[in-house]
Structures are given as C-alpha cells and as structure tokens.
Design a protein around this ligand. Structure first.
Ligand SMILES: [Zn+2]
Ligand SMILES: [Zn+2]
Length: 355
C-alpha cells in the first residue's frame, strides 16, 4: 500500500510501505476513507517531536472502514464505518479508568503517527480497537466526522471545558486556526456574552466572525486593550491559547480578569515566561493538556444532529494520493487560506480558499 512516511526533519514522502497486519487480538485494520493533516504533523516535520522515528507513517485523524479485526475485538466488525480517534485507549490503566485516555500508560495515548504508523495511508492498524474507534451513524458524513478525530475534542476539552466557559462569560480566543475556530464554535454552546478572536491573518479573523466571534482583533492592534475596553478594564473571564508560541501565551495571561481562567491548547516548542510577579495576586487558574477524547461520544451526537459547524472548517479537499500537494497547501496556510485540508472522500475538487 501507499503511506506518507517521515524520514527525518524536512523529509517525508508518499511511497510504498508494507500493508499493516493484526499484531494483537485487540487490533483492527481500517481502510482509510477520509484523512486530514494536523498542525502537529507540521511540528513533526520540523523536527519538534523527536520521538517520531524515521520510517513512521504520519497522521492521527481519519474515518475509514474496518476490514479486519483481532479475535478479542467485540464492538466493531468488518464493513463498519468508524472514526479513528487521535487518542488510543487501553481501557485498563489508572488513567484510562479515570477517562484520562490521553495519559494512557497501557500502550495507548497519542500513538498513531507518533509512536506507531498512523492514518495518512491506505490502511492503518488501530490498537485497542474497541475503545479507540467509534462506529458512525449513517446520518454523519465522513467529511464532517473526521473533524472529531482531534480538533473538536481538543478545542472543547482542553479549551472550553478546562477554561470553565460559562453562560454570560467574555471569552477571548488567541489563534484562529482550525483549533481556535473549533474553540469558538464549542464555546458558543455555553451562551457566552461575547467571544473575541485574535489572530494575525485577516482571512482567519473573517472565518472567526463566521463561526460566531462577536469581535476580532489583529494581534498587532492592541488586542489586550480591546478586551479591556469591552470588559470595563477587568479582562476576559476565559482566555484560550490556540497558537503555541511564548508571545501568545503571555498575551493570554495579560488579557484574563482576576479570578479568570487561561486554558492553553497550543503545542509549545519553546519556554514561555510566566509573569508570576503580576499574576500571583489575581487568583488566575492556568490549565494545560493533551486531549483525552472523553467528549467524543457527545460531540458525535451533536455533529450528527447538525449542531457543529464542521464543514466551515474545511477549505481544501484532495485525492488521497495527492498527500504531498496537500501538505504543501496546508503548510503555506497564510498564502493558501488553508484551514483544514481533507484527503479522500467523495469530493476531490479544490475548494476556493477564503480571500
Ligand atoms: Zn491532530
Ligand atoms: Zn490506558
């Protein structure tokens, strides 16, 4: 089969790789239908995630069809269409028993496209299939469901729920890429008073408005002042960091009100400064995290009822074998307007990106 193989920083290609096979009786083999590229994949390609060994097939977000299961798999069968979660769960370790699947110590956690071969391929082996794939209802398109593999649970759990967004809150979201946009969409589930989006790119701020941001600010136009002006000088109740650079984290800690929450989602590759000399007196709560995906069943119910704007996050679609072109478009998001790029599925035309 073909897969997108990492060969070290700056080197990867769509090439022949061995077909995956069942190794454990809890495994399933899935024929990949729709797959996406994640910002995390770009971090891997830059060399920011050194645990990824050369030779690994990348990717941790997909929808596909079960083609084979090991003898101990009970909840899915060949022919089932399933969502492959970015997080694999053994179901038995102390973290899995606590629904903290992202921290699994039993061989799960974030392993696909990280520690084992991932989903950017024609077929993928999914360990612990009973707990790590979700059968999909016929009413939910694969192109929508695939956004629930990672970005929706990540934004919702690590941003909105960790940040304790409540009705009437002012929520600031720094970073309006796919994760920040999904945070805006899921923050709205709680009827906040207003959502303020901050980004560099005009196209992303426009996307934020379309997804429900009430105010937007270019990062160069004193977003902290905008937040202060809109909150009588107090700051936002909840600030969600969805970029992953020191400057954006530090901006978030300046925009939060006393007693408020800063929920960091961004994947940071460099140290950020924590200004405890200013923050110690403000009763601020700062949270971090890798997604656990405990919210995936609830998000699937919302998505199949049409309650999540999944389609609005997809700007480009490609045939699966155009993986290298898709990476190129996704990695030049500022020029191409890319939010989420999908590969596979039914539609193969390239959507017109936002101006
Ligand atoms: Zn991802
Ligand atoms: Zn576990």
């Amino acid at each position: 089969m073909k897969g997108f193989v990492f060969h070290g920083p700056g080197q990867a290609s769509w090439e022949d790789v061995p077909d995956p096979a069942i190794k454990e009786p809890t495994d399933a083999i899935v024929k990949v239908g729709v797959v996406t590229i994640c910002g995390t994949d770009l971090h891997i390609l830059k060399g920011d995630v050194p645990e990824v060994r050369p030779g690994t097939v990348l990717g941790h977000e997909a929808v596909g069809e079960i083609v084979e299961v090991g003898g101990d798999v009970r909840s899915v069968r060949p022919g089932d269409r399933v969502l492959i979660s970015c997080i694999t769960s053994c179901g038995r370790c102390r973290f899995c028993r606590d629904a903290s699947y992202g921290q699994c110590r039993g061989g799960g956690g974030w392993i696909l496209g990280h520690l084992i071969d991932g989903t950017q391929a024609e077929y993928v082996r999914v360990p612990y299939a009973d707990l790590s794939v979700y059968p999909l209802p016929g009413t939910l398109r694969s192109e929508d469901a695939v956004l629930l593999a990672d970005i929706f649970p990540t934004s919702y759990e690590v941003g909105v729920l960790n940040g304790h967004v409540r009705p009437g809150d002012t929520v600031a979201v720094v970073g309006a890429g796919p994760i920040g946009l999904a945070a805006i969409a899921t923050a709205r589930l709680f009827s906040p008073k207003r959502i303020i989006a901050v980004d560099l790119a005009p196209a992303r701020l426009e996307a934020a408005r379309q997804l429900g941001a009430d105010a937007v600010a270019d990062v160069h136009e004193a977003p902290g002042q905008l937040v202060a002006d809109l909150t009588d000088g107090l700051g936002a109740d909840v600030v969600i960091e969805a970029v992953g650079v020191p400057e954006s984290f530090e901006l978030c800690t300046r925009m939060v009100r006393p007693g408020g929450h800063v929920a960091n989602i961004g994947v940071h590759g460099r140290p950020a400064t924590l200004h405890l000399e200013d923050l110690w007196i403000k009763n601020v709560t700062i949270t971090t995290g890798l997604v656990d995906t405990y919210s995936t069943p609830a998000l699937l119910r919302m998505a199949s009822a049409g309650r999540l704007p999944t389609g609005q996050l997809v700007t480009h679609t490609f045939p699966l074998e155009h993986m290298e072109e898709a990476y190129d478009v996704f990695s030049r998001a500022a020029e191409t307007g890319a939010l989420k790029v999908l590969l596979g599925g039914e539609r193969h035309e390239v959507a017109v990106p936002a101006a």
